[in-house]
Design a protein around this ligand. Sequence first.
Ligand SMILES: Cc1cc2nc3c(=O)[nH]c(=O)nc-3n(C[C@H](O)[C@H](O)[C@H](O)COP(=O)(O)OP(=O)(O)OC[C@H]3O[C@@H](n4cnc5c(N)ncnc54)[C@H](O)[C@@H]3O)c2cc1C
Length: 495
Amino acid sequence: MDNLFDCLVIGGGVVGSAIARELSRYRLKIGVLEKNLDVCYETSGRNTAVIHGGFAYNTGSLKARFCVEGNRGMTKLADDLDFKFIRTGKVLIGNSEEDMASLKRTMAQGERNGVEGLTLIDGEKLHEMVPTVNGKFALWSPNSGIVDPFMYTIALAENAARNGVKYFLDNEVTAISHGTDGNYCVTTRRGVYHTRWVVNSAGLGCREISDMLGLTGYRVIFSKDHYIILDQRCGVDVPLPRYTVPSNTYMGIHVTPTVDGNVLVGPDAEERPALPRSAGSSAALYDVPQKNIDFLAEDASILWPHIHKKDYIRTYCGILPKWVDENGVIQDFKIEIRDDVAPRAVNLVGIESPGLTCAVPIARHVLDMMKEREPFEENPNFNGRRKGIRRFADMTDEERAEAIRQNPDYGELVCRCEKVSKAEILQAIHNPLGVETMTGIKYRTRSMMGRCQGGYCQMRVERMIEEEKGRRETEVLYNRQGSQVLFDKVREAQR
Ligand SMILES: Cc1cc2nc3c(=O)[nH]c(=O)nc-3n(C[C@H](O)[C@H](O)[C@H](O)COP(=O)(O)OP(=O)(O)OC[C@H]3O[C@@H](n4cnc5c(N)ncnc54)[C@H](O)[C@@H]3O)c2cc1C
């Protein structure tokens, strides 16, 4: 049967893609069913992108264990898969006696969790390490870092695809049933698939998929978190993430550099009992109200008093799925196989922060659970390395000259703000996952991510998608289904 799989992973975010990549180490027929037109449209592309140290989570929890493991493995992973990761370190800044007591508790918890290098530093050292900072002392975590969340997710997915995993984008799962042959029958808006194993890695949709598997009763609430993105000129003053004193459930508003030199301010955390959705659609609602932006700027000024409206280039928000008990207390990650109710179904619930840091350890854990139940034969052709698109912006002058000599398209800049060349846009349009949305090209190249937010390059990119993919102008989508960039002609060309 052509559409019978050994394993179908539902959800192609960072966790689903890490699981798909781990599965591809074995001789298995694997598919990923993803409802969106690309892999990082939901939580994996909407976060702070910090690779956490692992001190903020309860000792003994999966969050703590996987966070420490994920942090340790990130340098090698980034090298293998060619995405940006910078081990910047991070400071948690305090001012009062209460803050000091809390930081000491956090440090002790971190040490119990196996986090290395945590140190309390005084104000003098803090001001020496972090320019323009407000604060009297800090907890210094040298192993924390920042990552490119889009390319991290895309790299995992592309490497999984390179090792034989089939990505089925635009395939929202709507029903799952058990067939008489013992396999699962998974229905999407595009078709029906059969599989021996199924993995629920649906992020914000984890409870719906869990219900479809018969694993009912999970209570999941949501935290809608907003951010401001500041211009790259602010990055000079923010070399590493600066946080306030955290609780075990909320990190507080922080000021964080991105790997490309922008600065993120946020997030606040608005608790929602149900997933906020766009009107008349099942898609999550990612609006950012003005009042949240104003609040973020004011609150974060305590940590860094240089937040000015002239530096705002964009806002965004992300939503966390939190599994809570009957009293509303946030629980650990849930990763289970219930052989009695849903055999050969791995169910992941409440993969909230630090899910980005934990993706690969979560994936290994999922594989260990599966292999306890069934032996898998190794895939001798597995290749865990991937090469990404070479960025003109990151090259030296000599490298640029050589790149242009070898490929003249490197000599034509399409996005001026981020210095993205035509060669990069073309490689992105022909990406291994077959993504052809504007946002897909943006995440893969950084075109449209600069100061002018696409004012100069957006229509050039749109035209290149039309030409390269043979699409009409009304067929090119911005991000989701139905998000045409152009609807019609205002006037026909003069004849
Ligand atoms: C504001 C914020 C800040 C964060 N900061 C950090 C941080 O600094 N460090 C860190 O480590 N973690 C952080 N996180 C957490 C981290 O981003 C998430 O834990 C991680 O991205 C979860 O990945 P995922 O693959 O489980 O979910 P997702 O990325 O949401 O992927 C799930 C996928 O499933 C798909 N899907 C859902 N339902 C269906 C369906 N029915 N059929 C088919 N597909 C479906 C979705 O389209 C989606 O692509 C943050 C999260 C937020 C929201």
